[in-house]
Design a protein around this ligand. Sequence first.
Ligand SMILES: N[C@@H](CCC(=O)N[C@@H](CS)C(=O)NCC(=O)O)C(=O)O
Length: 219
Amino acid sequence: MITLYGVHRSRALRNIWALEEMGLAYRLVPVIPAFRVPDPAAPGAPLNTRSPEFLKLNPAGSIPVLDDDGVVLSESLAINLWLSRRCGAPIGTNDLAESARFAQWTLYAATEIEPHSHAILMHRVQLPPDQRDEAKVAAAIAALRRPLAVLDAALAGDGHPVGGRFTVADIALAETLRYALPAPELFEAAPHVKAWLAACHARPAWKLITARREAEPAI
Ligand SMILES: N[C@@H](CCC(=O)N[C@@H](CS)C(=O)NCC(=O)O)C(=O)O
């Protein structure tokens, strides 16, 4: 049995997306980021990332965590790489070379894209207005121009980063790039990326999980 600890309004969304695309049965245990809970240590507080029982699962104190029949993993993108082996094609793979390419693009997403796209999301959307810094947004946009050009060229071939089909590599890239959407000028300069991301977001699994995400309480 697969258990995923997290909520849709978090990086667990990329694992929920993969699980839905793969058609794997799973149980979702809501664990809320502690910073959204007014008093995370209060008796009766909802299960959160500072709850002692959750810290036993992930001492790093962050969601998501996956428990797949006793294989307990943290790090959202590593979880999707595990799932890709577990379920095989078409979303995953059991082919060694393809698996390496999934890792390549997943690490590219984690190291070259997410730090900058996350800065855009924070400073254009999530932080209170008095804490936003447009200089940080400008630096993040500048840093993302090359990765977007690299991905644009990769997508110009068969429309996907790996294997000519939608895979966990698409999920890693789409979910990290989504944070940069508040900087639309980046996507205007990368037309293949823009069209590919729209196609990712037109998928039935994405529509299902974003509807659930909207219905989820804001804390
Ligand atoms: N690199 C980690 C980041 C996990 C992470 O930062 N999760 C956030 C929610 S999106 C969290 O749990 N924050 C809770 C906290 O900092 O207490 C991953 O991709 O899984």
